[in-house]
Each structure stands twice: as C-alpha cells, then as structure tokens.
Design a protein around this ligand. Sequence first.
Ligand SMILES: Nc1ncnc2c1ncn2[C@@H]1O[C@H](COP(=O)(O)OP(=O)(O)OP(=O)(O)O)[C@@H](O)[C@H]1O
Ligand SMILES: [Mg+2]
Length: 607
Amino acid sequence: MARNTLNSGNQQAEELPKAKINKESIRNISELLKYLKPYRLKFAFGILFLFLSSLTGLAFPSLLGAMIDAAQGKQKLSFIPADIHTIGWICFTILFLQSFVSFFRIRFFVEVAEKALSDIRRDTYFRLITLPMNFFANRRVGELNSRISADLSQIQDTLTTTLAEMFRQIVLLFGGVTLLFVVSHKLTLLNLAILPVLVISAVIFGRFIRKVSRQAQDQLAESNTVVQETLQGIANVKAFVNEAYEAGRYEKNLKKVVNIALKGASYRGAFASFIIFCLFGAIVGVIWYGSVLVAQGELSVGSLTTFILYAIFVGAAMGSFPELYANVQKAVGASERVLEILHEENEAISITEKENAVQNKIFGNLSFHQVSFNYPSRPDMPVLHEVNFEAKAGQRVAIVGPSGAGKSTLASLILRFYDPQSGEIRFDGNASATYSLTDIRHQVAIVPQDVLLFGGSILENIAYGRLNATQEEIIQAAKRANAHEFISSFPEGYETLVGERGVKLSGGQRQRIAIARALLKDPAILILDEATSSLDSESERLVQEALEELMKNRTSIIIAHRLSTIREADRIVVLEKGKIVESGTHEELVKNEEGLYRYLSSLQFES
Ligand SMILES: Nc1ncnc2c1ncn2[C@@H]1O[C@H](COP(=O)(O)OP(=O)(O)OP(=O)(O)O)[C@@H](O)[C@H]1O
Ligand SMILES: [Mg+2]
C-alpha cells in the first residue's frame, strides 16, 4: 500500500532547491555525464544542428533589412543581392533549412536525454532497493520517491531544453553583438549603455518576486498537506466529529495564501510597469537616435530595421540567462541528491534474476549466541540484550512477550536486515555472516506482522514468493493456505486486483495470501510474526489451519500474541525489554508462579 501512496503529487509542483555551482559540483555532475556516453554521436549531431539553426537565425535580420533597402533601390551589403524577390527566396530557403535542422536537433536531444535518463533512473532505483534497511530508517519514503521523480525530471529538462537553449542564446548573443557593430557601431554603443542596466535591474527585481511567489507556493503546499492528511485519515476525522475543526484549519491556511499572493501581485504589477516603461523607452531611444542617423544619411532604413531586430535578439538572450542559469542550478542540486544515492554502499548482495540458485544450503538449525542489538538510528536504546536460544531443524520455537519487547526486531536479525552489535546468529552451527544475504533470504521466509500486498493481481501477489512458479503451483499453494475458496469467490478469481486500486482484503485474507506466498517459497526456516489485530474465530481457524500446513517439516519461529496458538511449541522463549526472562515448554512455564508467561497467559485466559 505504501508503494502506491508515495507520489502525493505536490512534490512535482514544488520548486526544487538550487545549488551553488562550483568546481566540486561540476565534478559531481560530470559523473552523471558518463550516462550520455553511449549516445555521444547523436548528442554531437544535436549540438551541431543546434549551432547551425542558431546561425541561420542570425541571417534573417540582415536579409530583411537588405530587402527593405532593395525596395528603395539601395544596396547596403555587397554580398547580398539587390533584388527583392531573390532575397525573398533566399529567406525561404534558409527558413526551410532551419526547420529541417531544428527537427533533428530536437529529435536527437530528446532521444539522448530520454535514454540516458532512463539509464540513470534504472540505476538509481536498483541502488535504492538494494540499500540496507538502515538507510530507510532515516528517510521519508516521499523524499526518496521525489529523487526518482522530481529530481531526475529536473535533470532531464535541463538536458533536453535548458542546455540547448543556453547554447543557442550564447550564439545569438555573441553573433548578435558582433553584427550590431557591423551595422552601426554608434547605435550599438548607445544600445550597450542601456541594455545591461535594464537587464540587471530586471533580474534583481525578478529574483525578489520569485521569492515572494515561492512563499505563496510553500503556503499552498502546507494547505494541501491539511487536505491530504484529512483525506487519508477521514475515518478519524468523522469519528471525532472534527469536520468543522479541519475546515477551519484549511480556511486559515487559505487566507494566508491569498495574503501572500496579493503581496506578490503588487510587486509584480510594479515590476511589469517598470519593465514596460524601460523596454519601450529603450526602443524609442534607439529609433530616435537611429532616425537621426538615417536623416544624416549615415544609416539606411533597412539597416535600422536590421539593427532593431538584432537588438531584440541580444536583449532576449540577455534576459533569458538568469532563468536558464537558475534551471542549471536546480539540476546541479538534483544531480547531487541523485548521486548521493548512487554513492551509498549497498548490501553485499547479488540480485540478478539468474543468480537465484542457492549456493549454501541451510538445513534449519538456528541459534542465537549472546546477541545484543540496537537500531543504528537510535544507538542509545538497546533493543536486544545477550539473547541466547536454539531451534533445531524441524522444531517450533515460540517467542512471546509484551509489545515493544523486541520480537519483530529479532526476526529482522535472522533475515540480516541488520547485523547485531555483538554476539552471533548461526545456521547449522555456522555464523550467519558466512552465508550470502541472498542464500539466507532465499531459505528463510517471513509472514510479517502487517502483510503488504502490492497493487497487482492476487496471482502476482502470491507469485511474489517465487517468481518462476507455475500457475498450478500458485493455486496449489493457495489451496493449502485456505485461500483458494475466497479467491475463487471473486468474479475475476486469481486475476482480481488488490491494493490501492483493487479490492480491499480483510486482515485474515491478507494473512492467508502471505502464507501462500511463504508456502510457495518452501523455506527451511519460517518466521511467523503474528498480527496483533485479532481475527474473528472463523477467520482465526482458517488462518491457524493454514499456518499448521505451513509449519510442517520446517523450523518455525513463531512470534505469538495469542498464547493459545503455541501450546504445542517445542520451546517457548519469553522476552521482556530485550532480555530472555524465561524459557521452556508451556507446561514448565505455567508452573512458575512468579513467571511473566504465567501472568500473560492468565490475562488472556480471563478475557
Ligand atoms: N526501525 C526501527 N528503528 C528504531 N527503533 C525501532 C525500530 N523498529 C523498532 N524499534 C524499537 O525497538 C523496540 C522493539 O520493537 P519491536 O518491533 O521488535 O517490538 P515487538 O516486540 O515486535 O512489539 P509488538 O509486539 O508490538 O510487535 C521498540 O522499542 C521499538 O520502538
Ligand atoms: Mg512486532
């Protein structure tokens, strides 16, 4: 389920933070550039075409100016013909060439970026899912998800659009300024005196406005959080009759959004007036002085036109840089966050599909020797303390104890989600560290406390236990897990979709699917982490039967909350605050008047 709720959507709209661009970050990015390598030929062609299309763009103002001059019977530039129609046709030819080149430029850039990005996505995702459990303890799933979605999209945008645009604007800027000088150096000097002042003030003002609009966005995101939380917990809201409270909370947030937006609007209005004044002021200035030059015969009308068009190119290029630069900064930040994942040490595990064969067989003897453990995220809180116990092949050992005693933690240690700080876990007398993670996890199955079903069909969910299982094997496992009957009662049977977009299964049904999964895996060692939520007695019987079937002929570690289910266990280990306080069979333990087990079972017996 968690898998489907990851993408809350508003991450996309959020502005990604920018990063400083320095030597360090450039070195970082160049590491990601190796993903472009396989496609470098296409990339080079893309750049070439981009260069050509920018250059051809620069030809138009000169041609159009020459056309106007030709209309007046003048010829300003000697290499351009003086006939209107010839110039017209040249324009169309260049236009055609430019369209042709532009098509391939876009096509190539997008292809390179899409393919390289899909490679990066694949590697990041694989790295992510092979990271040790501890990595996930310190991070929110939403944040990790946004690295794969938002951060990589930003990099992709930058590769496909920003870089190309930047390159083009640089060509236009330098080409444009050069040509301006060629047309009229006097006008150019005037122009260059005005433009930078304009552009710089626009940039500073623009940055300020963006800050305000980001505040508005943050506030909006916060109000969206209210909506999201409320909808996720709608049952709670209703049960506590807190609809009015939530509506009030939302409204308060919305008011803040409006206030910030209005503040932003005032600044933006002022900015727009300022820009319009300056922009048209500059145009008036250039044409004014230009007309003076025309009147004095220093400049032709066509050249003035050419000049104005180039000036527009140059101004637009200057104006576009801040935005482009900001995009690059965001992409740098995004790359750093993605690289952070790619640089994490993953679990020493080889998870290619072909290497599923077990190298080192486990027969089912399991023992804990002086195992002490605390979660790496909370080093000051010991969870298990010098735990010793043994389960011989085929035995059933039950672990009982109050909530928070460390039972589920003990199960994670068997699967080597974490390694103990001291002590050792052994399989068949060998330290578990001598087995590969893959071997351990192929031969130890867990039916977890809360069963997670992926969004997919029931068939796929059971097959998760062993991906190459045939349909018959899956149905067989479902039958043995007492799940076949309820599955067949659905109109679509095994193809019924479950999870977020499909039917919701009851707790008992989910558990039986998990049991079928484990049966399919046919492990040497089985860990049952009994659900804390209780089932009705019919459901309970079906689950219990399925479990009996599952426990046959294998070592079973049963973490039990209902003590009635473990009377038959070969040994019961009682865990309290991470220490084993008692162990023995049911008969032995109930004899101990002072014992925790007797106390716990008397509680359940009474109720
Ligand atoms: N990922 C984790 N990071 C840090 N501390 C954790 C983590 N998981 C569990 N703990 C802490 O370790 C202790 C033992 O938790 P554990 O889940 O093993 O208890 P439990 O015996 O399974 O309880 P329950 O019967 O309620 O399932 C608890 O105090 C818990 O807060
Ligand atoms: Mg638990």
